[in-house]
Design a protein around this ligand. Sequence first.
Ligand SMILES: [Zn+2]
Length: 445
Amino acid sequence: MDRRTLLFSAGAAALVGGGAAAQASEPIATLRNVRIAGQAGEAVDLRLRDGRIAQIGRSLPASDGQDLDLGGKFVSPGLISAHCHIGSVQGVSVGAQFYTRENIARQLGVYAAYGVTTVASFGLNTDLFYAIQRDVRTGAIQGADLFGADRGFGVPNGGPPAQATSAQLFRPATEAEARANVRESIERGADFIKLWLDDFQGAHLVKMDPSIYRAIIDEAHRGGRKVIAHVYYLEDARAVLEAGADILGHGVRDRPVDQAFIDLMKRRKAACIPTLGLDEAFYLFAEQPELLQTPVLSGALDPALRAQLSNPQWRAGTLSNPALPQWKAAFATNKANAAALHRAGVTLAFGADSGPMPLRIPGFAEHRELALLVEAGLSPREAMTIATEGTASVMGLADRGRIQTGMLADLIVLPADPFADVRTIDRIEAVYRLGRRVVAKPRAS
Ligand SMILES: [Zn+2]
């Protein structure tokens, strides 16, 4: 069993276990003989101190801490996902009952084991979020750093789907209520404000009233918070950008973006998180069951989910689902639009919308998203840059996303350079979070 298998097997145990999340070892003082991903040049040493990269140089003098020679392996900044959901799923089940400290700590450990060292949970967070965020920052929970958008804003008798409780979602009926809910979120410590405005392709009868999202956006901006909007249709995306939304949480999936839309995004300095894998995930495992055997997925798959995905009836049902053509069309449109936006100079950010339903598997979904960005036409370097420093910038995080003195020591060790081939990201050998190696801890039983 090689180290890669070990890592993902351990991740599997953590995923299944629910008891213990990833566990970190002692901090490393120096990673020696590493090549910096995305950069030409000879191997260097990275001196790590207090969770940050303190010094980069050749043959740094011995320190009084633990030194590790990586023998010329590549080190990449950890991935930053600006769109996921924590505490919504366990196995094949979805519900508010899974928003627990134990489950979320486990999920943050899984993200970190996959090299996703920072995540933003965009909505459906209960008040427990803030205690967990504190625990991640103090090290009481070992896993991906956590940002979030408090509960998020939906529509009375509308989207998003109804499994979210009132402890997880606001559904304001009036502008005054919307503004009060935004202030309440910010007082609790929300990093962002999230809203869902569409009808989920006809699943709901009503969309969010423009007066409500205008009030949400205005109040968020008064409080110095960026607003991320769930969109599907071009016209909704246009309208919410006109109202001042900062980030589109998904790509436009109903039709091609036009020049006016591109100009609007640029004028607003807005970013788009395409979440290319979202629609593909509905049918991916039915079309490509061999994925279940790949090391990057096989070790980390929950047994109940594995059973479902391996079930011929589930596969047949998925492949004959009347929605299949729409999923495929949305996927194709999304890829074309992401490429068009990127070529036009619009900012893309990284995120796979993993975690709100079982088929969008934390960690795996982010790796898949990188490959899909390349499939859409971006170069591996562009995809990796978006998934690291680009998304750090969109999230306003100046302390991560690059291998540079002063940056957080959130690092992925790889046998090759993912900036040259993103599939390398499936071959993670080690992950460091704040200078400590992330080790997924199997459950006791
Ligand atoms: Zn989402």
